[in-house]
Design a protein around this ligand. Structure first.
Ligand SMILES: Cc1ncc(COP(=O)(O)O)c(C=O)c1O
Length: 404
């Protein structure tokens, strides 16, 4: 019997979904599970987008053009202009979500065996995209006590070898919520110039910034030809299932290579591109996104307040995205997360994502977990009190007999 390749076997199972069967079992036993483990926004997809999909007049659902439907690309040109970024139509390619954009960017920046620097903890699918493109991830370890901001320049420089071709990061960060300061961005720009690197900037959470401002890597003229921007409507339009994103670069060779990749996969989804066009044509579209971000800020503030009150939980308030990467007062966060799904008593429980899966470095993140604050505030509040009670009971169950 032929066997699946070692490469396909090595692609890691997502730590965000791996424990899902335990949540399904808990559901079957009648438990309500607060899903803080996955960044699936609960906010309704904007009406204008849905109307664009429903009212599309299509007789033959043929392949869309490989670079994207012209009106969708133009909608993205306007979107970037609204954010102060001048991007031409030929500099944008519509992709099948940010996921495809990152896979394309890695295969454009790197040959098989090349390395890409990635600050860890990072979005775990980066490892999967890297495996599928035969690229090696070199982690830049960042720490909870620093709010996951970058280490000093010398530390990063020490990791660069002749095989390092790019630096990839999500900004704002998943799972960290970090928004890099202008000084950090300038340091990355300087490193890219000195060591001849591409910068793959994953900005799918661009608007999700609650403290400070977000500066796109596209706005640095000195690295105009080095930046490959990855974007997506999954989060900002609460439309994860649309599978529409974008790859953007001012570099003509990069765009020519991206177009080749796009031609091989033929096209991105038609209806959802039309949904994007309709959304951008709605005069209220900016307000819709602003209101959504306002709601997330309320959630972040409430969630962090509630978490701060739980003994032993440690974190720094994240500046953006919709995640908190927290330290838990346990040795093995995954064992605790499993226990919450299998043994925690009562009608409700909470599911978190184990921290270790967000690191490349063995042993990091064992006492950490990521929570996504994508639930309504009442549910977030309830989830925090269940988590507090869970940690209390778990510590008691673990204490040797005769002690507390
Ligand atoms: C940082 C980051 N990049 C990319 C993606 C993939 O997004 P898409 O749904 O657009 O493929 C995600 C999804 O959670 C993400 O968190």
């Amino acid at each position: 019997m032929p066997k699946p390749s070692a490469r396909s076997q090595a692609a890691p199972a997502s730590p965000i979904r791996r424990l899902y069967p335990l949540a399904v079992e808990a559901n079957k036993r009648g438990k309500k599970v607060y899903h803080l483990n996955i960044g699936q926004p609960d906010i309704p997809t904007p009406q204008a987008f849905m109307q664009g999909v429903r009212q599309a007049r299509i007789e033959v659902l043929d392949y869309a053009p490989s670079p994207g439907i012209s009106e969708a690309v133009e909608a993205m040109v306007r979107y970037y202009a609204d954010h102060g970024l001048q991007v031409a139509k030929e500099e944008i390619l519509i992709t099948i979500g940010g996921s495809e954009g990152i896979t394309f960017a890695l295969s454009i920046a790197c040959d098989p065996g090349d390395h890409v620097l990635v600050p860890e903890p990072f979005y775990p699918n980066y490892l999967g995209y890297a495996r599928l493109t035969n690229v090696e991830i070199t982690p830049i370890t960042t720490h909870r006590k620093d709010g996951f901001h970058l280490p000093p320049r010398q530390e990063i420089e020490g990791l660069i070898t002749p095989r390092t071709k790019a630096i990839l990061f999500s900004h704002p960060g998943n799972p960290t919520g970090v928004v890099y300061t202008p000084a950090e961005l300038e340091m990355l720009v300087a490193l890219a110039l000195k060591h001849d690197l591409f910068i793959i900037s994953d900005e799918v959470y661009r608007e999700f910034v609650y403290d400070g401002v977000h500066k796109s890597l596209l706005s640095f003229p000195e690295v105009r030809d080095r930046v490959i921007l990855v974007d997506s409507i999954s989060k900002r339009l609460s439309a994860c299932g649309a599978r529409v994103g974008a790859l953007v670069s001012h570099n003509k060779e990069v765009m020519a290579a991206a177009l080749k990749c796009a031609t091989i996969r033929l096209s991105a989804p038609t209806f959802e591109q039309l949904g994007l066009v309709a959304f951008m044509a709605d005069p209220n579209h900016k307000k819709v996104v602003e209101e959504m971000i306002g709601e997330y800020k309320v959630r972040r503030d409430l969630f962090c307040r509630e978490l701060l009150a739980i003994p032993g939980v440690t974190f720094r308030v994240p500046e953006g995205a919709f995640y908190v990467m927290m330290g838990l007062p346990v040795d093995d966060a995954e064992a605790f997360i499993r226990w919450m799904l299998t043994d925690y008593p009562g009608p409700e429980t909470v599911m978190l994502a184990p921290g270790a899966g967000f690191y490349r470095t063995e042993g990091c993140g064992k006492d950490e977990a990521r929570a996504a604050y994508v639930l309504k505030t009442e549910d977030l509040k309830r989830a925090c009190s269940v988590l507090a009670e869970g940690l209390r009971l778990y510590a008691r169950a673990a204490a040797p007999a005769g002690r507390g």
